[in-house]
Design a protein around this ligand. Structure first.
Ligand SMILES: Nc1ncnc2c1ncn2[C@@H]1O[C@H](COP(=O)(O)OP(=O)(O)OP(=O)(O)O)[C@@H](O)[C@H]1O
Length: 245
């Protein structure tokens, strides 16, 4: 085996061989909370970059700021200071309504709890971000059906969310997050509420969909199996990002 072949054989996921294209550049991000008179500095001039298609796990002890970082990167929370660029655009300069539109189009979210609307069907729940984003109903329904079929829920399209199992509900939440084909999926403990079998199924889907759709993935997780599947692992120490292998 020559050097190139040996390197290719040990190289991790296919996605890393795509040409690198920066998606996120976060610079000097700080975020503090005031709680009962105490000032808690959670992120302290943290910087971070992520390429399109890259997968990254944010891991580490409770309370170090993992969810705070995910919310800031996902533009759900604004940092106190710092710059956040998506494909070179300074998104924190957008007003709240423009930022919401950008978020709807660019970022998919999955949380530990699915947050589906219980009285709506799997299809209706999945269509929701597309409808909010102004996509025509028929197109939204087609896109929702396609992604629900992909996550293995072909036979559950018209079931209400409340009639689905926990694993099925989380797969609907994943389909809803991906229906608009976002550039990035942000997931906060996406399998924290599932048993082993359902967790494995969601982990496999996350990695397969990353390959198929080419979106980046940032996942906050305590799950060692999931942390082992992503291409980069980071933690937060004293408010700053620490990369480890
Ligand atoms: N809205 C808030 N007001 C005050 N303090 C907050 C707020 N949100 C988070 N914090 C504090 O900021 C710190 C970081 O919280 P965060 O939820 O980001 O941690 P985490 O690493 O995700 O923890 P876990 O693994 O338990 O979810 C914690 O000390 C938390 O108590």
């Amino acid at each position: 085996m020559d050097n190139d072949t040996a390197q290719a054989a040990t190289a991790a996921p296919r996605v890393q061989r795509r040409p690198k294209k920066p998606l996120i550049k976060a610079s000097d991000i700080s975020k503090k909370y005031n709680h009962s008179g105490d000032r808690i500095v959670v992120l302290d001039r943290l910087s971070f970059t992520l390429d399109l298609g890259e997968t990254i796990g944010i891991v580490g002890a409770s309370g170090i700021g993992k969810s705070t970082l995910l919310h800031v990167l996902g533009t759900l929370d604004r940092p106190d200071t710092g710059k956040l660029e998506y494909s070179g655009n300074d998104v924190l300069r957008l007003d709240d309504s423009r930022l919401a539109r950008f978020r709807n189009r660019t970022i998919g979210f999955v949380f530990q709890f699915h947050h589906l609307l219980p009285e709506f069907s799997a299809l209706e729940n999945t269509m929701m971000p597309a409808m909010i984003g102004g996509v025509a109903k028929k197109t939204a329904a087609e896109a929702a059906e396609a992604i629900l079929v992909r996550v293995g829920l072909k036979e559950r399209l018209s079931h209400r969310a409340s009639q689905l199992s926990g694993g099925e509900q989380q797969r609907v939440a994943l389909a809803r997050a991906l229906v608009l084909k976002p550039s990035i999926l942000l997931a906060d403990e996406p399998t924290g509420n599932l048993d082993r079998k359902n967790s494995d199924q969601v982990h496999t889907l996350l990695m397969e969909l990353n390959q198929e759709m080419g979106m980046s993935l940032i996942v906050v997780t305590h799950n060692l199996e999931l942390a082992a599947l992503v291409s980069r692992r980071v933690t937060i120490a004293n408010g700053a990002l620490r990369e480890f292998h």
